[in-house]
Design a protein around this ligand. Structure first.
Ligand code: CMP
Length: 133
């Protein structure tokens, strides 16, 4: 089923010049780019984007990291986009992510874990609204 999803190349990956490599993986997989933007999250926008985590102990760390430098946000489209993208990015803790996944190949961090991707249609709707507002 053709659907859309969103991913964010996080500040650590943009700073390490991994943006092209990461986007290329999704293109090679067969996804089409629908929207693409380089920008910096404001604090308010980051708190809205990650609103689902607002009561978690790591919320401050998470919002301060995501606002620490420019990010690249993309919307891509293709078969089973949400679930397939989650497989491609790998486990949240980069140091446990499988080799071959994006986090598994490029990172060791947890908060600084290279990439974010929507985990459901509801998250995609919310995140794309906030990131492209
Ligand atoms: P992401 O996929 O962007 O979704 C929420 C982010 O919160 C997650 O990746 C991690 O970077 C971060 N995160 C989740 N749990 C923790 C935690 N226990 N401590 C620090 N950061 C976390």
């Amino acid at each position: 089923m053709t659907e859309q999803t969103l991913f964010i190349v996080k500040p650590d990956a943009v700073a390490r010049n991994l943006t092209g490599e990461i986007i290329a993986r999704f293109e090679r997989k067969g996804f089409k780019l629908v929207k693409l933007k380089l920008f910096s999250f404001s604090k308010e926008q980051a708190e809205k984007f990650y609103g689902v985590h607002k009561d978690k102990p790591f919320f401050g760390e998470l919002t301060s990291f995501i606002t620490s430098g420019p990010v690249v946000v993309a919307i891509i489209e293709g078969n089973n986009a949400i679930a397939t993208t989650r497989i491609m990015i790998g486990a949240t803790k980069s140091f446990e992510a499988a080799p071959g996944s994006i986090r598994g190949d490029f990172g060791l961090g947890f908060t600084d874990n290279i990439i974010h991707a929507s985990d459901s249609q509801e998250s995609f709707d919310h995140e794309s609204r906030v990131a492209f507002e």
